[in-house]
Design a protein around this ligand. Sequence first.
Ligand code: HEC
Length: 171
Amino acid sequence: MKKGVIIAVVVIIGVVLAVVFVPNPVEERVRQELKARGYLEYTPEEAVKLAYTRCTTCHSEEKMLKYCSRCGPPFIVVVHYMKKYIDIAQKKGTVDVKQLTDAEAIAIIQVWNAMVGNWEGDWRKKDLKKLLENDVALIEFLDVPVEKRPIEMALRGRTAPGAYRYQQEGL
Ligand code: HEC
């Protein structure tokens, strides 16, 4: 009888430890959801993975890698436009693609800014804000200096393989 109680207690402790310490898919999904909603920060590595996954649903990564300051507005504006393409795609039902949350968009902008290029400074803020239309989260993010953007700072200097800048520098 006593032995039975001890075994039961050990089993219960074991189960509790397993739930707490073994990463499980449900917990991981919850964590990702919290990050997407901005309650938890993306690590730089997670942000890179997110950027490569979410931005290659409709076109290849070449679109980002070959993008450059002569090609068009900075990534913050590009991402705003991509959100529109996602809306259109969802309405058409052509590709199965989820809309970007504000936190996802902001993490992704920092990744391409750092690894391909950030030319927000070449543009007048007023013009960029106009291009961002009513995208409040991105308009606010535009005012965050690069030094205060954790992901962009962490990835600064790392160039995405295949990026236009990469070839320009002859690396
Ligand atoms: C819903 C589909 C879709 C998704 C998702 C998507 N794009 Fe695009 N993207 C397009 C379309 C459509 C174009 C314009 C047509 C083209 O150039 O092929 C485009 C073009 C681009 C261009 C070239 C713009 C130019 O002016 O040359 C860049 C850069 C780009 N996308 C970056 C991104 C980034 C960064 C992401 C991730 C946030 C992303 N895309 C996600 C549909 C998408």
